[in-house]
Design a binder for this molecule. Structure first.
Ligand code: MLT
Length: 324
């Protein structure tokens, strides 16, 4: 008879041999679920972190893309996984906003996970297809307001960072637009470059290369200060759109009930990754940086998810945006 890992884990925990589980952890590859398509910003962050964690843990950390429903399908997969540390989730601000956006969420973002640590805060950029008829943000706002029925706005589904930024953008302009959802902003970017969709608000970890290559037009960054790797790009505040400010924080999670000693091992490997020269260099090239070590802790992430749920709830409720 084959016992599920969950049964074995529960039995081992009942016998008080969790330390034995942790002592041998990891004895096989770990799956890092990314709740968006491959090739997008979350995937980019995950693969850099996973590569370093593989070296530290001595086992492969394999990225698995589980897209759909703004990241909630992938997150739900991890919430229900065996609490043994072999299935972890790399997710972003959507872990907090989905708590309000989804009235029937299959999991509780605050209680169904064992936080491992924060990873990075990524700026966003307002970008358009390269022949969009606006040379700066002021002209973009004027054109969108004058032609709301002509403009399409890409995102990665309700709960995605691109959805959140798009919501702030439409609220700031008081102009609803036709939104085009994808399973990630990786595929959305392909359509933006191809001209099949007009606008998107997406993370520098996905847009930097396309901006520098001239494949898309960039209008602003959504952070209070300019981004060093995109020095010519004004902030939304500078460009006259102060209401569109958001940085996309990312966290690493295990399922609730994962033994503390296993979480500690995963957290230690995460902290090594955040100091890894390759990770730091690539993050810098893509407009971001690892979080300070004090934030890369289970408690810091757990507390932050709670405060971010509270922070975004009134904004989302005011926008009247929900997904059932
Ligand atoms: C992605 O990785 O595709 C993005 O994070 C999607 C989003 O949140 O906009």
């Amino acid at each position: 008879m084959r016992f599920s890992t969950l049964a074995v884990t529960a039995f081992a925990l009942a016998l008080g041999s969790a330390p034995a589980l942790a002592e041998n952890f990891p004895s096989r590859p770990v799956t890092m679920v990314v709740p968006f398509s491959a090739g997008g910003p979350t995937d980019t962050v995950a693969r850099l972190v996973a590569q370093s964690m593989s070296q530290t843990l001595g086992q492969q950390v394999i990225v698995e893309n589980v897209g759909g429903a703004g990241g909630t399908i992938g997150a739900g997969r991890v919430a229900k996984a065996d609490p043994d540390g072999y299935t972890i989730l790399l997710h972003h601000i959507g872990q907090a906003t989905s708590a309000t956006l989804y009235r029937k969420l299959a999991y509780d973002p605050k209680t169904d996970f064992a936080p491992i640590g924060l990873v990075t805060d990524v700026p966003m950029t307002i970008v358009a297809k390269k022949d969009f008829p606006a040379k700066d943000l002021k002209e973009l706002v004027a054109y969108v307001k004058a032609n709301p029925d002509k403009v399409t706005l890409a995102n990665a589904g309700v709960g995605a960072a691109s959805h959140l930024c798009g919501m702030l953008f439409m609220q700031a302009l008081q102009t609803p637009l036709t939104t085009v959802p994808y399973k990630g902003t990786g595929p959305a970017m392909n359509d933006l470059v191809g001209g099949q969709v007009d606008l998107m608000c997406d993370q520098t970890t996905n847009t930097t290369g396309q901006i520098k290559g001239g494949a898309v037009k960039a209008y602003a960054v959504t952070t209070p200060t300019r981004v060093a790797s995109l020095p010519d790009l004004p902030t939304t505040r500078e460009a006259g759109l102060p209401g569109v400010e958001v940085a996309v924080w990312h966290g690493l999670y295990a399922p609730k009930g994962t033994p503390d000693a296993v979480v500690t091992k995963l957290n230690a490997a995460l902290k090594v990754a955040l100091k890894d020269a390759t990770v730091k260099q690539r993050f810098a090239e893509l407009g971001t940086e690892p979080v300070a070590e004090a934030r890369a802790t289970p408690k810091a992430l757990g507390d932050f998810v709670g405060t971010e749920i509270d922070r975004w709830r009134p904004l989302i409720q005011a926008a009247g945006v929900y997904a059932d």
